[in-house]
Design a protein around this ligand. Structure first.
Ligand code: HEC
Length: 151
């Protein structure tokens, strides 16, 4: 359960960040915060992907959609100047995040929109539709990693 506690602590950390405490964080902490957001999205996406055939668990898929949407929105503020690979921080982000901020943010917003759709899944949704929504999200994760993250 250590990982869960850590993840809860990190979530609080990120909330503080987004609430306007960013100036109090150093660049290494900002990188740590965004990596925690990706880790959280990944955990929820995996849980959702395991439940797509079980309508009695679709409420959890909807919850995953809400969490991913919230986390994606936060990402827009978690790649400030000073947190690129050349800045002495331990990051897998590529320089393209900063040289093509518009393309990067477009994928962040695409993820946010797709997650919002996932958040509307109900027990009445068809499994094909739920599966497709998950496939769409995974496609966006991969597209961004291909262009903006070191493999
Ligand atoms: C808009 C671009 C973008 C999207 C969309 C995106 N990622 Fe990433 N992801 C990155 C970048 C850039 C990093 C590297 C962050 C760093 O090291 O500073 C990363 C890192 C990660 C990591 C490693 C975190 C760590 O501990 O270092 C995981 C896991 C991850 N992403 C999962 C996902 C999942 C799952 C999705 C889809 C739900 C997703 N990402 C969507 C750009 C993206």
């Amino acid at each position: 359960m250590g990982a869960v506690r850590r993840s809860i602590a990190m979530a609080g950390f990120v909330v503080a960040l987004v609430a306007g405490a960013a100036f109090a964080m150093n660049n290494a902490e900002v990188v740590q915060a965004r990596r925690a957001q990706f880790g959280e999205m990944s955990t929820w996406l995996k849980a959702a992907a395991e439940r797509w055939q079980d309508p009695s668990r679709y409420f959890e898929i909807a919850q995953a959609g809400s969490v991913i949407q919230r986390d994606a929105t936060r990402l827009l503020q978690l790649f400030p100047d000073g947190t690129a690979p050349g800045n002495g921080v331990r990051t897998a982000a590529l320089d393209s995040v900063w040289s093509d901020k518009a393309g990067f943010n477009r994928l962040v917003n695409q993820l946010s929109d797709q997650a919002a759709v996932l958040a509307n899944v109900t027990s009445a949704s068809s499994s094909d539709e739920v599966r497709q929504r998950l496939v769409d999200i995974i496609g966006t994760c991969k597209a961004c990693h291909r262009d903006y993250r070191a493999q």
